[in-house]
Ligand binder design. Structure first.
Ligand code: IPD
Ligand code: CA
Ligand code: CA
Length: 254
């Protein structure tokens, strides 16, 4: 099924990229106070849902825009059709299609495709992770003062009460620098590829992180929740190269 995933994630990415250039005000709406959604998000998800139902009618689907269909099935596809819609709407390149495949309670395959960056990240459980077909591994950075980290502010957008600004203020003086690209899926893929040394965020959804978390673990990294357990994303998420995981865990506690 990785071939199915690889083919359709690229087709979906091409759809999103083509549509980005043609976006009009009529294509864009809000599904919350500031949560953007476009006609492309919905069209890309419909394309993927139709492809899955056609090839695997017995599989379940969890999609950001269309919700859950048979999510208790043994195989379940977890889809974020466009991760980084705010970047997408503002004609920036940092957006991605994220597709994860879960069998029973284990992620067995994942893909994150950033079409504007021409970066296709894929992983299979036990098979490693790749970027455009080449194997990838997490970084070897061991010192926080040399670390490039990424985060996001879902907690502020959702007014969840988690104070990531305080975490950032505490960490920033102790690291090399911070990045905030606007796509959690790309953030996770970049940890897997060693482009970032670590990433954390509060208040994400399963479809934001399902594929990216598998990329990180298959690339030799560590993924936990903000308490060091496996209850992510419900209890937040931290993904690192492993070497800095414990010190970042301590750092995100304010
Ligand atoms: C968003 C991105 C962003 C994260 C937001 C998510 P969306 O996904 O992943 O990086 O900080 O919380 O909602 O809404 O563009 O699919
Ligand atoms: Ca998302
Ligand atoms: Ca999305």
């Amino acid at each position: 099924m990785i071939d199915f995933l690889a083919y359709h994630i690229q087709e979906a990415g091409r759809m999103a990229l083509d549509a980005q250039a043609k976006l009009t005000a009529g294509d864009i709406s809000f599904k919350g106070e500031r949560d953007l959604v476009t006609s492309a998000d919905k069209a890309v998800e419909k394309y993927l849902v139709d492809a899955i139902i056609s090839s695997y009618p017995e599989h379940g689907i969890i999609g950001e825009e269309s919700g859950s269909h048979g999510a208790d099935a043994s195989y379940c596809w977890i889809i974020d059709p466009i991760d980084g819609t705010t970047s997408y709407v503002h004609q920036q390149p940092y957006f991605s299609v994220s597709i994860g495949l879960r069998k029973d309670n284990t992620m067995i395959a994942g893909g994150v495709y950033a079409p504007a960056l021409n970066q296709l990240f894929l992983a299979e459980k036990g098979g490693g992770a790749t970027l455009n077909g080449a194997p990838i591994t997490v970084s070897s950075c061991e010192k926080m003062i040399h670390a490039i980290l990424a985060t996001g502010f879902a907690c502020l957008r959702k007014r969840s009460g988690a104070d990531n600004l305080a975490v950032l203020a505490k960490l920033l003086p102790k690291i090399s620098d911070i990045r905030r690209c606007g796509s959690a899926a790309i953030d996770l893929a970049y940890v897997a590829a060693g482009k970032y040394d670590g990433y954390w965020e509060h208040n994400l959804n399963l479809y934001d992180i399902a594929a990216g978390a598998l990329l990180v673990t298959e690339a030799g990294g560590t993924v936990t929740d903000l308490r060091g357990n496996q209850d992510y994303p419900a209890s937040g998420i931290i993904a690192t190269n492993g070497a800095i995981h414990d010190i970042l865990l301590q750092g995100v506690i304010v």
